[in-house]
Design a protein around this ligand. Structure first.
Ligand code: GDP
Ligand code: MG
Ligand code: ZN
Length: 290
């Protein structure tokens, strides 16, 4: 029995990509009895039932499951920002990185619209974030590094996140012009402020990459966490924390803090450290009000 991935669903009809064809499938009655919901992103075992049709016999165990958007087996979050229009907001980048980390997902960062940026601006972002995660500085307009974006998406299921207007749809169109996604407009759903998107489709980005068509992490409030845990979502900080004098160091005012030392010596970028302190204040305020 072939195994395939659910790439799109409409109520109780699911479209399964077996690698050879897309089968239109309904779940077998037993699955409904077991209350086993079929989610986009699921890997399922299907029985063919005529041309282009099939029955879902089994949902294979999920590695993870996001609720917004509702997708299973997500490999990574792709944060899409732009250098300008809208202006690059690194505080928001860091917030998204913490949100993705807290959801247990690795991030890749794509900063779009290099055609609007100077070389020094691009280099500054590459110096800080390029050392921390896969980073692609691209332009959907000129096609710069679009192939590099394709390669970080290859063979993985990604959820997009990032501010409206950064160029998410434009980049997907650059990867696959046949997608013909609408660009340059706020979607009607986003404008209404509803988050009722039930049906997510996975769009191909080439080389086996799939991207959920609905942006995730639209809710920007940090999850509840103990303040001392925030630093674990900063890879360069987590590496140094073991050398801080106190376990549970917040890397703010504690003596013998290895992170503060690194900031003073220029080994830890000061801007990113200051943005960390701002988020730390937010986490603390939320923690106190528990
Ligand atoms: N200059 C420039 N504009 C871009 C680029 N990519 C997208 N845009 C424009 O930015 C606007 C928003 O793009 P869109 O793809 O809809 O952003 P989304 O909201 O993130 O999906 C549109 O007017 C695009 O034409 C780029 O690389 N350079
Ligand atoms: Mg869009
Ligand atoms: Zn410390």
């Amino acid at each position: 029995m072939p195994v395939g991935r659910v790439v799109r669903s409409h109520s109780n009809v699911h479209y399964i990509d077996t690698g050879e064809e897309i089968l239109e499938c309904r779940p077998r009655g037993r699955l409904r009895y077991l209350e086993q919901r079929v989610l986009t992103g699921d890997m399922v075992r299907v029985r063919r039932a005529g041309k282009g049709l099939g029955t879902i016999e089994e949902v294979l165990p999920r590695r993870n499951e996001l609720s917004r958007p509702p997708v299973a087996n997500v490999d990574q979050v792709v944060l899409v920002f732009s250098f300008h229009e809208p202006e690059l907001d690194l505080s928001l980048v860091d917030r998204f990185l913490v949100l993705a980390g807290a959801a247990g997902l690795p991030s890749v960062l794509c900063v779009n619209k290099t055609d609007l940026a100077g070389k020094d601006e691009v280099d500054a972002v590459r110096a800080v974030y390029g050392a921390l995660m896969p980073l692609v500085t691209a332009s959907a307009r000129t096609g710069e590094r679009v192939e590099e974006l394709r390669s970080v998406l290859a063979g993985r299921l990604s959820v997009l996140a990032g501010p409206s207007g950064a160029g998410k749809s434009s980049l997907l169109n650059a990867l696959d012009p046949s997608l013909r996604l609408r660009t340059g407009e706020v979607s009607r759903k986003a404008r209404r402020g509803t988050h009722t998107t039930r049906h997510v489709a996975l769009l191909p980005t080439g080389a086996g990459g799939l991207v959920a068509d609905t942006p995730g992490f639209t809710h920007l409030e940090l999850p509840e966490m103990a303040p001392a845990n925030l630093g674990w979502y900063y890879p360069e900080m987590a590496r140094l924390a073991a050398e801080c004098r106190f376990s549970g160091c917040l890397h703010r005012a504690e003596p013998g803090c290895r992170v503060k030392q690194a900031v003073a010596e220029g080994d830890f970028e000061r801007g990113r450290y200051e943005r960390y302190l701002a988020l730390l204040g937010e986490v603390e305020a939320a923690y106190r009000s528990w």
